[in-house]
Design a protein around this ligand. Structure first.
Ligand SMILES: Nc1ncnc2c1ncn2[C@@H]1O[C@H](COP(=O)(O)OP(=O)(O)OP(=O)(O)O)[C@@H](O)[C@H]1O
Ligand SMILES: [Mg+2]
Length: 327
C-alpha cells in the first residue's frame, strides 16, 4: 500500500439509532483521515458518538443503529461495499478494535492461548496449531505478559492483564488499522501508564495506525499526533496535538475541554468543567449545537450551523473563525 493512501478515510459519515422518539443522530457528517503509521486521537464528552463511530468503521453496528450517509474506506476499500465473506476476511486482518469493555471482548470459558490461536488460525488457515501456539506466546511477551498465563482463563487475570490480552488479540494479525476505544479507562493510573507506554513502543516498531478514542484529553494528546474533537456527533475541531498545549485559538468547546484538565497547583486540584449538558441528539439546537453552552456565542451561532473552516494547522467548525477559508 503506497505511503500516501489513507489507512482510514471517513467521508461525511452519519450514523443514527432508530428510537420511538425518532432517529438519534449519534454521528453527524463526520470526515476524518488517518494516514499510515499515525496515531489520531478522537476525544469528546460521554455520549458524543465516539463508540458509535468506531462500531460503524468496523461495520459492527447492531440492532437499531444504521449508517445514514457518507462513506467509510479502510486501505482504500469501501467497508460497506464488501460482501459478507470479504468483510469476514478483512476485519481483524486489516482493521481491528479494542472494545471499551475488555471483559466482554474475551470469552470467559476459553483459555487465553485458545483465544489467540483461534484468532490467528481463522485468518491464516495454513498456520499449524503449534505455529499458532508459538505465535500466541510471542504475542503475550510483546504485551509484557509471562507466557505461563497462556493456560489461564480471563477471570484468573488482573484487569490490566486482561486488557493486555485484548490488545494482543487486536494486533495478532498485524492489521494496518487498530481502533482503541477507551482501552485503559477502567484501570488504575499506574497500570494505564505502563500499558500505554508499551503500546507506543509496539506501534513505533510495527508501524500500524491507531484511532485512539478517549474522553481523557491529556492522555490522548500525549499519544497522538493529531486530534479530532467530537461534540454532539460532529467533529468540531481537528488540530495537531502539539497545538493543544495552548488553550487559546481553538473551538470554544476544545477550550472548555482544555480548561477541564485537572491542574495540580501547590495545594489543590482545580477542575473547571464545561457548564451545562450535551444536547438531545433527537432534537439538536438550531445553529451551532454547542451554542447553548458556549461562553462566546453570538447571534449567528443561534441561527446558522457554522461551516467547516481551515485553520493554520487543521480545521474548525465555529462562527468565531468566520474570516477563515471555507473547506
Ligand atoms: N442503542 C441505542 N439506541 C439509541 N441511542 C443510543 C444507543 N446507543 C447509543 N445511543 C446514543 O448515541 C449517542 C452516542 O453514544 P456513544 O456510545 O457512541 O457515545 P460515546 O462518545 O462513545 O460515549 P462514552 O464516552 O460514554 O463511551 C449517545 O447519545 C447515546 O445515548
Ligand atoms: Mg464510548
Amino acid at each position: 500500500m503506497p505511503e500516501h493512501t489513507p489507512v482510514l478515510e471517513l467521508s461525511h459519515v452519519s450514523v443514527a439509532y432508530r428510537t420511538a422518539a425518532g432517529p438519534v443522530q449519534a454521528v453527524n457528517d463526520v470526515s476524518l483521515v488517518v494516514m499510515p503509521n499515525e496515531i489520531v486521537g478522537l476525544v469528546g464528552e460521554s455520549g458524543s458518538g465516539k463508540s458509535t463511530m468506531a462500531y460503524a468503521i468496523m461495520r459492527l453496528l447492531r440492532g437499531n443503529a444504521y449508517v445514514s450517509g457518507g462513506s467509510i474506506r479502510v486501505l482504500g476499500r469501501d467497508v460497506y461495499a464488501m460482501g459478507r465473506q470479504e468483510l469476514r476476511k478483512f476485519r481483524w486482518r486489516h482493521m481491528s478494535m479494542v472494545f471499551q469493555s475488555a471483559m466482554s471482548a474475551l470469552n470467559p470459558v476459553i483459555t487465553v492461548e485458545t483465544q489467540l490461536v483461534d484468532t490467528l488460525r481463522s485468518h491464516l488457515p495454513n498456520m499449524s496449531v503449534s505455529e499458532a501456539k508459538d505465535r500466541a506466546a510471542n504475542l503475550l511477551e510483546l504485551v509484557r505478559i509471562d507466557p505461563v498465563n497462556l493456560k489461564s482463563y480471563p477471570h484468573q487475570l488482573s484487569g490490566g492483564m486482561r486488557q493486555r490480552v485484548v490488545i494482543a488479540i487486536a494486533i495478532a494479525l498485524e492489521p494496518e488499522l487498530v481502533i482503541m476505544d477507551e482501552p485503559t479507562t477502567a484501570l488504575d493510573v499506574v497500570v494505564q501508564r505502563s500499558i500505554l507506554d508499551r503500546l507506543q513502543e509496539i506501534q513505533a516498531d510495527k508501524r500500524f495506525s491507531v484511532l485512539f478514542i478517549s474522553h481523557d484529553f491529556s492522555l490522548v494528546s500525549e499519544l497522538s499526533s493529531r486530534m479530532a474533537i467530537m461534540y454532539a456527533g460532529r467533529i468540531v475541531e481537528e488540530a495537531p496535538a502539539s497545538s493543544l498545549s495552548s488553550i487559546e485559538g481553538h473551538h470554544p468547546y476544545t477550550e472548555g475541554l482544555l480548561r477541564a484538565i485537572p491542574k495540580l497547583t501547590a495545594d489543590e486540584i482545580t477542575i473547571k468543567g464545561i457548564k451545562g449538558h450535551p444536547p438531545d441528539l433527537v432534537d439538536l439546537p438550531v445553529g451551532c449545537a454547542f451554542h447553548p453552552r458556549c461562553p462566546r456565542a453570538y447571534e449567528p451561532c443561534r441561527l446558522f450551523r457554522p461551516e467547516i473552516l481551515a485553520t493554520e494547522s487543521g480545521r474548525v467548525e465555529c462562527h468565531l473563525f468566520a474570516e477563515k477559508e471555507v473547506l
